[in-house]
Design a protein around this ligand. Structure first.
Ligand code: SAH
Length: 464
């Protein structure tokens, strides 16, 4: 470890900033955020910087730097573009054992400034010691994405309850368990949803409970949309909950690379079609979610696409609501959006379609019972989920209802994954093409004049 990280208390302390340009301005913004009082020394000081300094009780000294300016400073940052000035500042500070940072020149620094993720009171500093600053910034972006912007509120809540928790649990181990449970469980989720009153109430309830109450606290269920296949299409919230849950119930549509992102030690329960081809009955899944949550578990119900679009998400949370189990629903990118985007098919377009309809092509007693006459009217896009088996029937019935047989259609196979494939034709040719081509599930059928744009707008090649 080349550097030792410290967090410096600068409240009300004087920091000397040498230089008056844009880099100095950037540093000044950071320092004032931490409550520092800044003295800027430079023959020319930018107007914005001068304004900031005046507003934060600092001082602008319109002079070239001299050693005398170091008096009173607890920290010095040199941000000029003149090497000899930077070198002089560093040398003078070293002589006085004063911490100094020369921007973009680690060799002259006794302290370096990290990339910062600010979720005050939680503050994260990341550095590569100047060796790979872009990498450090990339790590920062990842952390920014993982920690919701409301994380700071959680820290503030913890700070408000700190003394009360200490008074309530004298045993350090109990205290630790209490915090672990509240900072990751329903309390945290209420904070992230900005229901601060609710969060405070839950905190108080938890504090009022018996010593072992924390071990018997109810769990909760996250009904999360995992998108159509490409893990990059997950939402930040989905990823966060995937890394937090202790049990995950998933089915066939959730792609393996997405499952990889679930917390390593989480119990995984497959509730899709079993080898004998029977799916776990829906009621059993609903009940399992209730039972697991009542055992105090944080349960992730991971669904392909969006849980509320042909995902039976509504049914699953009904029983949770009846049983007073707390839950949240996280939308996902539905197959229609994912497949259309990755195939270059805008679902609506001013010249082609003013509406889009998501339809299930699932057969009931061997046929699709759908309002074909309505669906045959022009200027709309039809998207059929679960429509592969019924595809010939759908095309034929649309024609019978008056739809132009030349209406372009696309069947998208395993959309957004590396195996993404698009088969195009019209209401007559696509059924014939599919008959003679092996197609792998899942597939999505898009019908409408927007499909004609595909050849021009197609961009995603998958791994082929
Ligand atoms: N809740 C899901 C849909 C579940 S129904 C969502 O919002 O996307 C299952 C159907 O979704 C499949 O039969 C198929 O028609 C469609 N589907 C899901 N993922 C798909 C994918 N990656 N490519 C093509 N179709 C997909």
């Amino acid at each position: 470890m080349r550097y030792f990280p410290f967090f410096h208390d600068l409240q009300g302390k004087t920091c000397l900033l040498v230089g008056g340009g844009t880099i100095a301005l950037r540093k000044a913004r950071l320092l004032t955020k931490a409550g520092a009082r800044i003295t800027v020394v430079a023959p020319n000081i930018g107007a914005e910087l001068a304004k900031l300094i005046a507003a934060t009780g600092g001082q602008c000294v319109y002079q070239p730097y001299t050693q005398a300016h170091l008096n009173d400073a607890v920290l010095v940052i040199s941000a000029t573009d003149i090497d000899s000035v930077n070198a002089q500042v560093a040398e003078d500070c070293n002589a006085r054992k004063l911490p100094v940072n020369v921007v973009d020149d680690p060799s002259k620094c006794t302290i370096i400034t990290p990339a910062i993720v600010d979720r005050s009171p939680l503050i994260i500093g990341i550095t590569s010691g100047g060796e790979a600053p872009v990498l450090a910034r990339m790590v920062r972006s990842r952390l920014e994405a993982l920690l919701p912007s409301t994380y700071g509120l959680l820290g503030q809540l913890a700070s408000r309850f700190r003394d009360a928790v200490k008074a309530r649990f004298s045993d350090g181990e109990q205290r630790r368990r209490f915090w672990e449970h509240t900072l990751q469980g329903p309390v945290a989720e209420q904070v992230f949803a900005k229901n601060l009153d609710q969060a405070e109430q839950l905190m108080r309830q938890a504090l009022d409970g018996a010593d072992d109450a924390i071990d018997h606290m109810q769990g909760e269920v996250y009904l999360v949309g995992a998108g159509p296949g490409d893990p990059d299409l997950l939402t930040f919230k989905a990823l966060r909950l995937m890394q937090q849950a202790e049990v995950v119930l998933y089915d066939r549509l959730v792609s393996p690379p997405i499952l990889e992102l679930v917390r390593r030690d989480a119990e995984r329960i497959y509730v899709g079609k079993k080898r004998d081809n029977h799916a776990v009955p829906q009621q059993d899944i609903n009940q399992l979610l209730v039972d697991l949550a009542k055992q105090g578990k944080r349960v992730l119900r991971l669904k392909g696409g969006d849980p509320f679009i042909f995902g039976r998400g509504g049914e699953e949370i009904e029983l949770l609501a009846e049983n007073n189990v707390s839950f949240q629903v996280v939308p996902g990118i539905t197959a229609a959006s994912g497949c259309a985007a990755y195939s270059g098919i805008p679902l609506t377009h001013r010249d082609h379609a003013q509406s889009v309809r998501f339809v299930t092509g699932h057969l009931k007693e061997g046929s699709c019972d759908l309002p074909f006459t309505e669906m045959a009217s022009a200027n709309q896009t039809l998207v059929f989920y679960m429509g592969l088996v019924a595809l010939p029937d759908i095309c034929q019935r649309l024609i019978a209802a008056g739809k132009d047989p030349k209406t372009p259609c696309a069947l998208i196979e395993r959309g957004t994954t590396p195996d993404h494939q698009v088969h195009t034709g019209d209401l007559i040719t696509l059924p014939l093409l599919i008959k003679n081509t092996p197609v792998k599930a899942p597939t999505l059928l898009i019908i409408g004049s927007v499909v004609s744009l595909q050849s021009q707008l197609n961009w995603y090649k998958g791994s082929r």
